[in-house]
Design a protein around this ligand. Structure first.
Ligand code: HEM
Length: 528
């Protein structure tokens, strides 16, 4: 019996024993090294993800074109589902597969639930007091809780339905007044969304009309803000240049933010006066039934309970999150949904059949019809799959160095979750480029907007999932259903429908959808 490796070695022919001994030593060391590495993975330091080379100093910046979502998806085909590039001194990582998205937003959620706000965001967040761009922390937690569970709680949303309904009715009346003439559907959708939100701010007071007048003004301001925030700013790429504001982006953002603040100040003043007057009249402070956003937030501002009271900059920042976060996204999706249906008459026919059956041609759509409009819901889900308004969500930023997909992702990296690519991945979706609402109907996999299925993330996922889902979903389904039930939409004679998109902070149709409405309801009095 051989008692040890040494015995084996020395029992052999001298000619081979030295070589064998060396071989054994190498093998043993390798086995020991692998064993230790497996036992103590921290010691094996992972590398940065692969990625395209850029130029010295500027990195990949000069190679970024205007269709960034398509370019990022192409790069994933070359470098894989996780890759990196540099923009100046900023390291960026793009993640484009459901399993790696899960690692980011579920497995490492607390580390990646931070944002990397552009430098100009400080002006729209009233000094970092909002929900969208705040780092994970006390401020964010408090505001998000107020926003999700109280401000957009089901009682508030139910109580404010009549306000949204009134705004949708107004839009229907406006379209009817222009029946047979071309209408910019995106603009119509935007005004309907912003007027609904404005009306919820003012909440059925005498100032509500004024709020709605501001709607048109807000539209231009929001569009301008989105363009500015979506621009590559040298100040972000080279923070040492920030104070020179070479492209003037910070200045312009500040100007738009100041205009928003003037409107907010006027609304806040007026609302305070109304609440005072109600108190003087002996009515309970603020009308309990009304429960509009402004009244609700002002009460929190005046509140003595420090755990739930908010400062004036926080109040304004939350208003800003609602206006900016909630209107362009909803309006853009409404425009895409109608455009896709016009391009797919079979699907449009099914939507119309469902509306006729559930709502009836002698009625207008009401929010209580929505749960029964299952095909319409599938249409909206399919629209958000093909055209997520935020193709990379809102970039995340790890608070410490982490490992994703076996690669190192250092603290402070800007993370783009490319859901646009995931939603069009042929390994995930059958015929992904086809518009097929049926894939979201019963019998197929369950999809909702809460981000639990990493193949479908139009509202994001994890702690930073969209905070406005209940309102966004209600407005979206209600507005699309109302526009489609009340009118048939056709392209002007000789014009072709264009479905190409244009990348931006919110990715929209390249050419606005301009269509001609004709009436659909049997009872024309409903349009009055
Ligand atoms: C079609 C409609 C909408 C879409 C597609 C959408 C999409 C998104 C996405 C992708 C994010 C980032 C999520 C992440 O990083 O994981 C987000 C965040 C957010 N959205 Fe929405 N959104 C919509 C409507 C709304 C509405 C109506 C509101 C407000 C009433 C709103 C308020 C917010 C806020 C406050 C955040 C920041 C959440 C946080 O950082 O904690 N959104 N949204």
């Amino acid at each position: 019996m051989w008692s040890s490796w040494w015995d084996i070695a020395f029992s052999m022919n001298n000619k081979y024993s030295a070589e064998l001994l060396t071989l054994l030593l190498i093998t043993t060391s390798a086995v020991l090294w692998i064993f230790r590495a497996a036992k103590n993975p921290k010691k094996a330091s992972p590398r940065l993800p692969p990625g395209p080379l850029g130029l010295p100093l500027v990195g990949y910046l000069p190679f970024l074109g205007s269709q960034v979502h398509r370019e990022f998806s192409q790069l994933a085909k070359i470098y894989g589902p996780i890759y990196k590039f540099w923009l100046g001194t900023k390291l960026c990582v793009v993640v484009s597969s459901p399993s790696l998205a899960k690692e980011v937003v579920r497995d490492h959620d607390s580390v990646f639930a931070n944002r990397d706000p552009p430098i100009s965001a400080q002006f729209v967040t009233f000094g970092g007091n909002d929900i969208v761009f705040s780092p994970l922390g006390k401020n964010w937690r408090k505001l998000r809780k107020i926003f999700v569970s109280q401000m957009l709680g089901s009682t508030v949303l139910d109580n404010s339905y009549s306000l949204r309904r009134e705004q949708v009715m107004k839009s229907i009346r406006n379209v009817y007044a222009n029946i047979g003439n071309p209408i910019d559907v995106g603009e119509l959708a935007f005004l309907t969304s912003i007027n609904s939100v404005m009306s919820m701010f003012w909440g059925g007071t005498e100032q509500e009309e004024k709020g709605v007048v501001f709607g048109a003004e807000f539209k231009n301001m929001t569009t301008e803000l989105m363009v500015l925030l979506g621009k590559s700013n040298l100040s972000d790429i080279f923070p040492v240049l920030a104070r020179f504001d070479i492209q003037g982006i910070q200045r312009q953002v500040k100007k738009v933010a100041d205009s928003f603040e003037r409107v907010f100040d006027s609304a806040i003043d007026q609302r305070k006066k109304t609440m005072e007057a109600e108190k003087d009249d002996g009515r309970p402070e603020g009308n309990e039934e009304r429960k509009d956003f402004m009244q609700f937030l002002l009460r929190l501002h005046d509140g003595e309970d420090r755990s739930s009271s908010i400062t004036m900059p926080q109040l304004k920042a939350v208003l800003m999150d609602t206006v900016v976060g909630g209107t362009d996204t909803t309006a853009t999706t409404t425009e895409w949904a109608i455009a896709e249906l016009m391009q797919h008459p079979e699907a449009m026919k099914k939507v119309h059949q469902e509306l006729t059956q559930v709502v009836g041609l002698n009625n207008l759509v009401e929010e209580f019809h929505l749960p029964k409009l299952t095909y319409l819901d599938a249409v909206i889900k399919e629209t958000l799959r093909l055209h997520p308004p935020l193709p990379f969500l809102i970039p995340r930023c790890p608070s410490k160095c982490s490992t994703i997909g076996g690669y190192m992702v250092p603290e402070g990296t800007r993370i783009f979750l490319n859901i646009w690519a995931i939603h069009r991945d042929p390994n995930v979706w059958e015929n992904p480029l086809e518009f097929r609402p049926e894939r979201f109907l019963n019998g197929h996999m369950e999809f909702d907007y809460n981000g639990n299925n990493f193949e479908y993330l139009p509202f994001g996922s994890g702690r930073r999932v969209c905070a406005g889902i209940p309102l966004g979903e209600k407005m979206l389904n209600f507005v699309v259903a109302s526009f489609l039930h009340s009118f048939e939409w056709k392209m002007p004679l000789g014009e072709k429908l264009d479905l190409s998109d244009s990348f931006g902070m919110v990715t929209k149709k390249m050419t606005p959808l301009v269509a001609i409405p004709t009436t659909r309801l049997s009872n024309l009095e409903l349009y009055a």
